[in-house]
Design a protein around this ligand. Structure first.
Ligand code: NAP
Ligand code: ZN
Length: 366
């Protein structure tokens, strides 16, 4: 057996964890930059909990609440300039993947002058502001990953900063912030987490420990397929989903994502399809593609989900996602050409060709 596993993030997952662990902030400094989206952190109580905790510890803060969904390079540069103006010691990201990923890039750019190209490739110095992340969606697992995924207009896609430097120091995870998450976002983000665990486990970089986490994550999410379809998620279901999402993040922190994410980025970039939805639209065709050459691991995944075959999986995904978007054949050709160049393609258990990617796009929208 061979295991390779690295996760330097302290995880505190609990009901009311921000209040219960009020003392954790002190080690990070005297002033924080809080990075959020425009509305949700105020509406779901997470921002209030954090500012109450900081006030109680006598820690100052400035709030950058202008993170866009699928943040751009310009957006994180604006955040980094704000961090420098405010002379902060650490960064707290609160929100879905967009604010958490933005917080990572801001923490990096506040300490290092990196041109757009170098932002994604390095070389980096060791300088970065410490990061604390609080997820308010249950999908990306960004609170435990070394990835920050930004909209990259030059590549007409989404590109990741992928470096251990941007692992958060601390993840504070409380499902209560996701209680009011709209059903569509809940479904799309749950499928994102499912995709992380499936892609990670069905990648060349997986190992026994990664599989353990991936399988538990897939099992938990699949157990709530019906609740998601029928909109009957209770607090227990929300808790399971945010835990499963964290597990999915731990998986891709080891393996990276593969073809589904590589293909999904074009659907988000060109059609503004939510990240998790984009992955969900493509996941059944990906499993069918892999099944041709590597049936056993695919059948194992289906078994964990309690599904008989890839057709049954496609049926569940269709019910979760509803009516699909219309995309032209010409676009599928273009998107395949972009996706084949993505750095996550070679990690696939069966490495697809551009033609395979094109076929998967066609099958996904037929
Ligand atoms: P998101 O883009 O962060 O948020 C989507 C929407 O949900 C926003 O309108 C947001 O509002 C709202 N929202 C967030 N939390 C809410 C809550 N508790 N209640 C109500 N509304 C809430 O969505 P996401 O799917 O979580 O993140 C997607 C991003 O993560 C993409 O950029 C993707 O590439 C990235 N990602 C990163 C990783 C990684 O490892 N780093 C992995 C997968 C995906 P506000 O704008 O007002 O907050
Ligand atoms: Zn994802």
């Amino acid at each position: 057996m061979s295991v390779n596993f690295f996760l330097p993030t302290r995880i505190l997952l609990d009901d009311d964890c921000v209040r219960k662990h009020a003392a954790v902030w002190k080690e990070f400094g005297k002033k924080a930059l809080i990075v959020t989206g425009k509305h949700s952190a105020r509406a779901n109580g997470s921002l209030q909990d954090v500012t109450d905790a900081l006030n109680a510890q006598g820690i100052g803060y400035a709030i950058f609440d202008r993170v866009e969904t699928n943040p751009s390079i310009a957006n994180v540069r604006e955040g980094a300039a704000f961090a420098k103006e405010n002379h902060v010691d650490f960064v707290i990201g609160i929100g879905g993947g967009s604010p958490m990923d933005a917080a990572k890039a801001i923490a990096l750019l506040a300490c290092q002058d990196l041109a757009d190209e170098a932002l994604f490739t390095g070389p980096y110095t060791k300088d970065i502001l410490p990061l604390v992340l609080l997820p308010t969606t249950a999908g990306t697992g960004s609170e435990v990953t070394q990835y920050s995924i930004l909209t990259n207009d030059k590549a007409q896609s989404k590109t990741s900063i992928a470096n251990p430097l941007i692992f958060p120091k601390l993840a504070l995870i409380d499902a209560k912030y996701t209680q009011g998450l709209p059903l569509r976002t809940t479904i799309h983000t749950a499928i994102d987490a499912l995709s992380h665990s499936i892609e990670g486990s069905l990648s060349k970089r997986s190992n026994a420990l990664v599989d353990l986490l991936a399988e538990e994550s897939v099992r938990l999410i699949a157990a709530h397929f019906d609740d998601l379809i029928h909109d009957r998620l209770d607090a227990k279901a929300r808790a399971n989903l945010i835990y499963a999402s964290m597990l999915g993040g731990m998986v891709i922190a080891q393996t990276g994502t593969t073809a589904v994410h590589a293909m999904g980025y074009s659907l988000t970039y060109f059609h503004h399809i939510d990240h998790g939805r984009a992955n969900g639209l493509l996941l059944p065709a990906f499993l069918a593609f892999l099944e041709n050459e590597k049936p056993e691991p695919v059948h194992h995944m289906l078994e964990i989900m309690g599904l008989a075959n890839t057709a049954a999986f496609r049926d569940v995904i269709d019910r979760l996602l509803g009516e699909k978007e219309t995309i032209t054949d010409e676009e599928f050709r273009k998107f395949s050409g972009i996706a084949i160049q993505a750095k996550n393609i070679p990690g696939c258990l069966v490495v697809p060709t551009a033609e395979n990617l094109y076929q998967m796009y066609v099958e996904s929208f037929s």
